[in-house]
Design a protein around this ligand. Structure first.
Ligand SMILES: NCCCC(=O)N[C@@H](CCCN)C(=O)O
Length: 420
């Protein structure tokens, strides 16, 4: 069995390399037309067309969301009565305002598609295998803003998957980097205009409220846990210096190491926003994003297999680096999975114009294909190595039980303490 698995892994690699031109065209088409969260219509169409043109995939466009899709192959093979092993690969393809694909989501889409195509080709090339296998590619929009994976989870899109894989471009290869929970909020202040020189006392200043809110949050930071973050911008602060602003708007991201702490940081931030309204006489409206993102629930069994496969392909791994948030975190609390990071040939930092250039550069292609190979090889380990899938699921169950215990102890804690 070990020799067969090794042969299949080699087949994955050669299949992905054989497909390199069409995979490059796929990723490049997405990179050239950056689209924002929930507006990724061209990227959706490009990916749907790609899988429609590939033989054997059942493709569902506009899958539960306008710009989501699902492509499935199988179940194929295996003996009657054996339960299906269903692996999923996720594609992201939303860009950032003004700076395009500065987080390399075009390469997330390309690597997810490449891994799925490579796995299918390997399975089709070899002899029969012991268990029926199903491969699903899920196009999951709006990671940067809104959280398409959370919407898809709510709609049951992940229900019958055994494991999920995706990978995210950054400065180094890492099987895991701390991804924290996040919830975003839009804050709107409404006051009253007046001539700022002739009779300022008649105005109610919404910009003052925004500035006070910003300052309240800035001092709150001293009392936050070191791994928590609150950061934001003033999106609107007035139109003319001699018109007291009657409207201001801020957007904030609230981040905690566990999603169980989001209610705590939300309450602290809300107190800051409401205090600014009270002090200025403004009305305040708080609009929390419909989806909060969870921290990633790790699966070290999958991480270790991915690292072993990556090292066999020449990857060097780090444990240092990038700590943002991702809606993959919510997925990892529902299905065992990994969200590793990969080097793309550039030291540029994510969310910069330099990274936009790097994610569209030819040099990124070799690293993207290598990552896709490692993802598909890890899927083969899950399918063919006896006991691996059971170990993955056992670890997931234990992590969920720990989380339930944490949740109960926090509820007891919060019940006893005065809410902030
Ligand atoms: N997955 C790596 C981080 C990608 C990223 O930058 N995500 C955003 C998500 C913001 C959600 N409101 C982030 O700022 O962490």
């Amino acid at each position: 069995m070990a020799e067969k698995l090794q042969a299949l892994k080699q087949q994955v690699c050669s299949s992905i390399d054989e497909a390199k031109d069409k995979l490059h065209r796929l990723g490049d088409a997405i990179w050239r037309l950056p689209e924002l969260a929930y507006e990724e219509r061209q990227a959706h169409d490009t990916l749907v067309r790609f899988f429609t043109q590939e033989k054997g995939w059942t493709v569902e466009a506009h899958y539960k969301l306008e710009t989501a899709f699902r492509a499935t192959w199988g179940p194929v093979g295996g003996a009657d009565g054996e339960s299906v092993v269903h692996v999923g690969f996720l594609c992201e393809y939303d860009a950032l305002p003004a700076i395009g694909h500065a987080c390399g989501h075009n390469l997330i889409a390309e690597s997810g598609a490449a891994a799925a195509v490579g796995l299918k080709a390997a399975l089709e090339s070899g002899e029969a295998w012991p268990v029926p296998v199903k491969v699903t590619v899920l196009g999951t929009p709006a990671e940067e803003d809104g959280g398409g994976k959370v919407d898809l989870l709510r709609e049951g899109a992940f229900e019958d998957l055994d494991v999920v894989f995706m990978a995210h471009p950054t400065q180094k290869n890492a099987t895991y980097l701390p991804a924290v929970a996040v919830h975003s909020v839009l804050v709107k202040y409404r006051g009253r205009t007046a001539h700022a020189s002739a009779y300022p006392w008649e105005g109610v200043n919404a910009l003052d409220a925004a500035v006070m809110a910003y300052s309240n949050i800035s001092v709150l930071r001293q009392q936050l846990r070191p791994e928590w973050r609150i950061h934001g911008i003033i999106k609107h602060g007035g139109v003319k210096p001699n018109i007291i602003p009657d409207y201001s708007e801020l957007e904030y991201y609230l981040r905690t190491s566990s999603h169980l702490d989001l209610p705590n940081i939300r309450a602290k931030a809300e107190a800051c926003f409401r205090a600014a309204a009270m002090a200025t006489g403004c009305e305040v409206e708080l609009l929390f994003q419909k989806n909060e993102f969870y921290e990633v629930l790790r699966n070290r069994t999958l991480e270790d297999l991915y690292e072993e496969n990556g090292k066999a392909l020449g990857m060097k791994f780090t444990t240092e680096g990038f700590s943002g948030s991702t809606d993959f975190g919510n997925v990892s609390h529902a299905v065992p999975g990994i969200h590793p990071y990969f080097y793309i040939g550039s030291e540029a930092l994510n969310h910069t114009a330099e990274y936009t250039a790097a994610s569209g550069a030819d040099e990124a292609q070799l690293y993207t294909r290598r990552t896709a190979k490692a993802l598909a090889m890890t899927a083969l380990d899950v399918i063919f190595s006896p006991g691996v899938l059971d170990k993955v699921k056992q670890e997931f169950r234990e992590a969920k039980r720990r989380e339930e215990r944490n949740c109960k102890s926090r509820n007891i804690e919060n019940g006893d303490q005065h809410q902030p």
